[in-house]
Design a protein around this ligand. Structure first.
Ligand SMILES: *Cc1c(COP(=O)(O)O)cnc(C)c1O
Length: 373
């Protein structure tokens, strides 16, 4: 299909949240609890393509109970953030990378591609309209959630839905760690897996989460914060956490004194989510003199290399929590501590570097910061 120009109709809210209530929400935003005054929606249908693009008041979507998304789960989403920099400018971090990944998810889920320009424009329109909702406090941001659902009414499954709705909503987000960066503990899922070869593991689709919640529940039942998934074929290779990619730090710490740090992260085998934070760190770390490597790490090596002191730190990364140190691993056969169990220097250095770029306190040599307003 030829790429159409998409023109947005702008309908500002007649009843925005009063300034005092907004200030109260911004004082302690938490995560994904309150939403801004507006949203963007764009419809797609077979034949018409993308149409009816609107910036309109935030509110419920009215849907027929036989809409396909409710039954067959054809849904994809993205997550990115807008930051208020010290200059007052509001910026997004690599929104084109999210647009490209959104279309890769769409292709896997047999959904239509959205022109990248329209994806970025939808975000720019929403954030500009609701710029008062972008927090100013340190490490606070506006979390932006684009998504697409199958809206065709009917239960037939002979072909994918011929109708979709794309939407963008936004929600102020607090600092993930309100009392300083705290390491998380992770539980190794042995009974269940998240994604198999040829499946949807690399697509950002709700079904991956639906199938993974049971692993997260078991992690919490075992006193851990997060689940860590292994590969489905051998149950041997470490893949990622429920919603974050993993990095292993070799050397660089006390145990590795005299040796420079090296980062290892599981390679993109098709069964893990290609995180934009992950990719940014693979680019950023060499700037800081830290070597990077994409490879395969088995659960066994993870334990042995922690015990020998070769692995000094492990952290998880993603848009929502930025960089989160992993302090301990537990499984049905026991567990181990990583380094001292406290946030390590390489983890914290990378975290400061990434946040510094996002908030405009450090130079942006890779052109990742996208000014919105
Ligand atoms: C979104 C997501 C990530 C992190 O991706 P970022 O682009 O860095 O936010 C990692 N794993 C899963 C399963 C995800 O859904």
């Amino acid at each position: 299909m030829t790429e159409q120009a998409i023109t947005f109709a702008i309908q500002p809210s007649a009843h925005p949240v009063p300034a005092a209530a907004r200030a109260e929400a911004l004082a302690e935003p938490g995560f994904g609890r309150v939403f801004t005054d507006h949203m963007v929606t764009i419809a797609w249908s077979d034949g018409r393509g993308w149409h009816d693009a609107q910036l309109r008041p935030y509110g419920p979507l009215t849907m027929d109970p036989a809409s396909q998304v409710f039954h067959y789960g054809q849904e994809i989403f993205e997550g990115l953030k807008a930051y208020r920099q010290a200059s007052g400018a509001v910026v997004a971090f690599r929104p084109r990378a999210n647009a490209a990944r959104f279309n890769r998810s769409a292709a896997r889920m047999a959904m239509p591609a959205l022109p990248e320009d329209a994806f970025v424009e939808a975000i720019e329109l929403l954030v500009t309209q609701d710029r008062e909702w972008v927090p100013a406090a340190a490490e606070h941001s506006l979390y932006i959630r684009p998504f697409m659902i199958a809206t065709y009414v009917g239960l037939g499954v002979s072909r994918p839905s011929p109708e979709y709705l794309f939407a963008v909503i936004a929600s102020p987000a607090g600092a993930y760690f309100s009392r300083g960066v705290q390491p998380v503990s992770v539980w190794v899922a042995e009974e269940y897996t998240r994604a198999a070869a040829g499946g949807t593991g690399a697509a950002k689709t709700g079904g991956n989460y639906a199938g993974g919640f049971i692993g997260q529940l078991q992690a919490v039942q075992h006193g851990c914060d997060q689940v860590v998934w292994l590969d489905a074929a051998e149950r041997r290779w470490v893949e990622e956490l429920g919603g974050m990619n993993l990095f292993f730090v070799y050397g660089g710490g006390t145990a590795g004194a005299g040796r420079s740090a090296r980062l290892v992260t599981p390679a993109l085998t098709g069964t893990l989510l290609p995180g934009i934070t992950r990719e940014s760190l693979l680019t950023l770390a060499p700037d800081l003199g830290i070597q990077v490597e994409e490879g395969a790490i088995s659960l066994q090596e993870w334990q042995a290399d922690c015990e020998s002191g070769e692995i000094t730190e492990v952290f998880a990364c993603g848009t929502a929590a930025v960089i989160t140190p992993v302090g301990a691993v537990r499984s049905s056969s026991g567990g181990w501590t990583i380094g001292t169990g406290e946030p390590g220097p390489v983890t914290m250095r990378l975290r400061d570097q990434l946040l510094g770029i996002q908030f405009g306190q450090l130079p942006d040599p890779h052109g990742w910061v996208h000014k919105i307003c």
